[in-house]
Design a protein around this ligand. Structure first.
Ligand code: LMR
Length: 397
């Protein structure tokens, strides 16, 4: 039965980590997958999360199943984190949050829901987008298209082109935007541009779907929600896929959320009943532990303060590495102006390196970055930045 099955290509991001693990070169550097590393190259457990872990262990009374959408305490902590305290979407009970296995799980549940409930809808991606977006929605059987987002000539948002494309999207389609720290470009709309995008999206009758995986990695927890808040207008409909892999360092716990914001409580309850049906047929109900950690950190004033400090430390280290990367590229004589890298936000630098240059970095120098030229700045350290920039200098010659 299996004889006809062809091998699948490796995943464009996680497949690189597989190749990295197999690479015997002792000087190898992995700047592919978006995982934060500290100044010593380790991915730490946040202190706030470690403390919460002890409390969870003490307080946990049972390991019975959670409800299909997860625990109500988690849902409410996630909503407060995203929208801030007292937001109308939350106080009017028209937001329904489900705990999903990671942001990817949230996107897949959203994809299945779109497939079932909007069979004619196309999901529109920014050009470029996270390489897993097309895979997830294809697996859910949802047609997809792309619209211009990034201007490679200026390394800026192609705002006018994006707006013009939105004006032509068929009403009833879904538009997938990155809540902050656009992956892979690191280019986000300004608060004013977010408002104009929201006007255009709602004016056209589209459903916004926000992938919100890096809250806190650009400017701050609340500041990074400005895009989301531009969409969460009174009575407006939207969907949000959250991930706590990066901002809580909970990568292996797979903790995320899908939040549906409907026009009123009755509509939210109805949509949520369909979300529950999707989850039940997919993974039944979520794994508890990661969400317990997030709920505990966010519900304890001291732990929350500590967590915000730790997110700020991660953000500051990444921004420091951006500056260092630009300085070292110059020092190693790499031609061109790379100052745009310091304007990019979040974990990644969209370097402009071409696919052949990326391949040469991997084959000749065992330096792993994503095929689009995306470098995980959160993996750069004072130790590896020199060899990285020397290798870049060689491959761009
Ligand atoms: C990334 O883009 O590297 C991260 O979101 C991790 C992943 O799952 O691809």
């Amino acid at each position: 039965m299996f004889d006809h099955i062809e091998p699948a290509p490796r995943d464009p991001i996680l497949g690189l980590s597989e190749s990295f693990r197999e690479d015997p070169n002792p000087k190898k550097i992995n700047l592919s997958v978006g995982v934060y590393q500290d100044a010593t190259g380790k991915t730490p457990i946040l202190e706030s999360v470690r403390q919460a872990g002890k409390l969870v262990l003490e307080r946990q009374k049972s390991m019975s199943y959670l409800p299909i959408p997860g625990s109500p305490a988690y849902a409410s902590a996630v909503q407060r984190l995203m929208f801030g305290d007292g937001h109308e979407a939350v106080t009017s009970n028209r937001a329904a949050t489900s705990h999903t296995p990671g942001g990817t799980g949230a996107l897949r549940v959203a994809g299945d829901l779109i497939h079932q409930q909007f069979p004619k809808a196309t999901v529109w991606f920014t050009q470029p987008t996270w390489p897993n977006h097309p895979q997830i929605f294809a697996a859910a059987g949802v047609p997809t298209k792309s619209f211009p987002y990034f201007d490679a000539k200026t390394n800026r948002l192609a705002f006018g082109e994006a707006l013009a494309a939105i004006e032509k999207m068929p009403a009833g389609d879904v538009i997938l935007l990155h809540g902050c720290c656009h992956n892979p470009t690191g280019i986000d709309p300004t608060p004013d541009e977010w408002k104009k995008l929201a006007d255009a999206v709602y004016g056209r009758g589209l459903l916004p779907l926000l992938d919100f995986a890096y809250q806190g990695f650009a400017d701050g927890i609340l500041e990074d929600a400005s895009g989301l808040l531009a969409f969460a207008r009174p009575g407006a409909e939207l969907m949000v896929c959250s991930s706590f892999s990066k901002n809580f360092g909970l990568y292996c716990e797979r903790v995320g959320a899908l939040t549906i914001v409907a026009k009123d409580q009755k509509a939210a309850d109805t949509v949520q009943s369909q979300v529950k049906a999707v989850i039940r047929a997919n993974y039944s109900n979520p794994p508890a532990h990661g969400a317990e950690l997030v709920t505990t950190v966010l519900s304890d004033a001291e732990l929350r303060k500590q967590w915000e400090k730790e997110v700020a430390q991660m953000r500051d280290r990444i921004n420091g590495m951006r500056e260092l990367l630009v300085k070292t590229l110059q020092a190693k004589g790499v031609p061109g102006d790379y100052s745009f890298i310091t304007r990019q936000r979040g974990m990644f630098s969209f370097s402009g390196l071409t696919p052949p240059q990326v391949e040469a970095l991997r084959k000749k120098y065992a330096i792993y970055i994503v095929g689009s030229g995306r470098i995980n700045v959160a993996g750069i350290t004072e130790q590896n930045v020199g060899p990285l920039c020397e290798a870049i200098a060689e491959v761009v010659k």
